[in-house]
Design a protein around this ligand. Structure first.
Ligand code: NAD
Length: 266
C-alpha cells in the first residue's frame, strides 16, 4: 500500500487496527500515530515499528486520517486539524454517536468522510464494522477504507447514514448481548453442578463454534437450529421454553431501544 495512514488518538481501537494492518503486511513506515500522551505511542512504535508524533497536525498530513479519540474530544481535535488539511485527506472516524454533518461542519463540507462503527471484537481481529461514506468519498477511497477496517474483521457498507443506528443495534452493541447470554449460560451450568471453569470453557467454545458453523453454512440459521433439535429431544425442550418466553420479541424490543438511543445521542 503506497498511501500513508494516520491515527489520531492511539488508544485501544487504533492499536487493534494498526496491529491488523502490520500483520497483513502493510509497511509500518506508511503508518503514523499521534496521541496526547507519549507512553502509548512509544509502545506502538516499539511493537510495530510505526512512525509516531505527539503532534496531531503533523500526523494529519497523511493520505488517510483515522480519527480515534473519544467522542467528547472529537470537536476540539477536528477544529484544531481543519487549517492543516488543504491536501484534503480521506477522513475515517470510528467515534460512536457523531454524525457526518458534524464532521463536515468542523472540517469543511468538501471533505471525504467515512463514518465507521466498529465493535469490541475488533480488538481480537474478529470485528464487524458498519461503514457510511459521504458524497465526497470516491470508489477508490471506499476500497481503501475497506482495506483498513478489514484488518480487524469484516465490513458492511450502508448507503443511508440512519442505517448506522441499525448497525449499532446489531453489531456495535451486539457483543454485550452475547456476553449477557454467556453469563446466563455459565450461571445455569453452575446451578446444574458444573465448576465455573468448566461452565465457562463449554460456553465460550459453544458460542464461537455456533457462530463459525452459521457463518460457513449453506443453509439458514433456523435450519441449523432445527438440526440440533431432534423431535422429543433435549434441545427442543430448551428452545420451546425460549419461544414461549418470547425470545424474538425480547430481542426486537431491546434492539429497538438500542437504535432509538443511538438516534437520541447523534
Ligand atoms: P481510548 O481511550 O483507548 O483511546 C483514545 C486515545 O485518544 C487515548 O490514547 C487518548 O490519550 C487519546 N487522546 C485523547 N485526546 C486526544 C487529543 N486531543 N489528541 C490526541 N490524542 C488524544 O479509546 P478507544 O477505545 O480506542 O476508542 C477510540 C474511539 O473508538 C472512540 O471514539 C470510540 O467511540 C470508538 N469505538 C471504540 C470501540 C472499542 O471497541 N474500543 C468500539 C466502537 C467505537
Amino acid at each position: 500500500m503506497s498511501q500513508t495512514i494516520a491515527f489520531i488518538g492511539a488508544g485501544n481501537m487504533s492499536a487493534a487496527i494498526i496491529g491488523g494492518l502490520v500483520q497483513q503486511g502493510v509497511d509500518p513506515k506508511s503508518i503514523i500515530a499521534s496521541n496526547r500522551s507519549t507512553g502509548k505511542l512509544e509502545a506502538l512504535a516499539s511493537k510495530y515499528g510505526i512512525r509516531i508524533t505527539p503532534d496531531n497536525r503533523e500526523a494529519a498530513q497523511a493520505d488517510v486520517v483515522v480519527l480515534s479519540v473519544k467522542p467528547q474530544m472529537m470537536k476540539a481535535v477536528c477544529q484544531d486539524l481543519k487549517p492543516v488539511m488543504p491536501h484534503n485527506p480521506l477522513i475515517v472516524t470510528v467515534a460512536a454517536g457523531i454524525d457526518v454533518a458534524s464532521y463536515e461542519a468542523w472540517l469543511g463540507a468538501d471533505k471525504a468522510i467515512v463514518r465507521c462503527m466498529p465493535n469490541t471484537p475488533s480488538l481480537v481481529g474478529m470485528g464487524a464494522s458498519g461503514l457510511f461514506a459521504n458524497a465526497n468519498v470516491s470508489a477508490a477511497q471506499r476500497v481503501s477504507v475497506d482495506g483498513i477496517m478489514s484488518a480487524v474483521g469484516i465490513t458492511a457498507w450502508v448507503e443511508q447514514e440512519s442505517l448506522i443506528n441499525a448497525v449499532i443495534a446489531v453489531s456495535g452493541s451486539g457483543p454485550a448481548y452475547y456476553f449477557l447470554m454467556m453469563e446466563s449460560m455459565i450461571d445455569a451450568g453452575i446451578a446444574q453442578g458444573l465448576s465455573r471453569e468448566t461452565a465457562k470453557a463449554l460456553t465460550f467454545q459453544t458460542v464461537a463454534g455456533a457462530a463459525k458453523l452459521a457463518a460457513g453454512a449453506d443453509v439458514e440459521v433456523d435450519e441449523l437450529r432445527r438440526r440440533v433439535m431432534s423431535p422429543g429431544g433435549t434441545t427442543e425442550q430448551a428452545v420451546q421454553s425460549f419461544e414461549s418466553d418470547n425470545i424474538r420479541e425480547i430481542f426486537s424490543r431491546a434492539m429497538t431501544r438500542c437504535a432509538n438511543r443511538a438516534v437520541e445521542m447523534a
